[in-house]
Design a protein around this ligand. Sequence first.
Ligand code: ZN
Length: 261
Amino acid sequence: MVFTDTHCHFDFPAFDGDREALLAECWRRGVERIVVPGVAAAQWPRLSMLRHDRVSIYCGLGLHPWFSEQHESDHLAQLETGLREGNVVAVGETGLHGPAGKMDQQVELLEAQLDLARQFQLPVILHQVGAHNELIRSLKRCPPVCGGVVHAFAGSFEMAQEYRVAGLWLGVGGVISYPRARRTRAAVARLPASALVLETDGPDMPLSGFQGCRNSPVQIPSVFRALCQVRGVRLPDERLALARALEQNANNLFPAAKSPQ
Ligand SMILES: [Zn+2]
């Protein structure tokens, strides 16, 4: 089976010591493609340094609400320049982080990036914590015409449906491996496979059993196994069909990230 990690911060210093070894292990486990979002202007140059001879690595460019204290007034113009130069498959990571406050500023920065996504005909990679209603409002004001993904989806079936109506995929990660995540597991079990893509969000969001450990794209097959368990997919043929469907979704979500040969 072949997999894509549709969301991993693989440029972060947490991976500086063993990035090559992890990529070799990714390849061994069938994780042949990784999408790495950008989070802040100072960090973008690290993205273009990510390369591997077998695993395909693709990047997004964005201004993440979690790093808001690093964003300066000219960074949106820099983002536009970066997008114009190409070599990116998405705008993001952007979005809304409720606990960080200053929601008006967050919404303004998000909507500017949604506008850039439309201008450059790119999908968006969205982060959402504690700001579902605000995000839905922004998506209605600035529709993501080339789609996108709500990464690390955690929420109800009804919330997921609202994102689907907005033209978005749902990023399924380690959350679903926790039995206590009942609402999210129920939603992911009920949604059509065509709505889902796999992700780790490494180095964050470790799977159940790995709490406190660094997460990484080598865990994608474990996320897939958790998804199979949640959806009651047991037979080898059914598992293969689900894996193939998830790869097709990743292709549809990020058309510029050509499927590895
Ligand atoms: Zn992220």
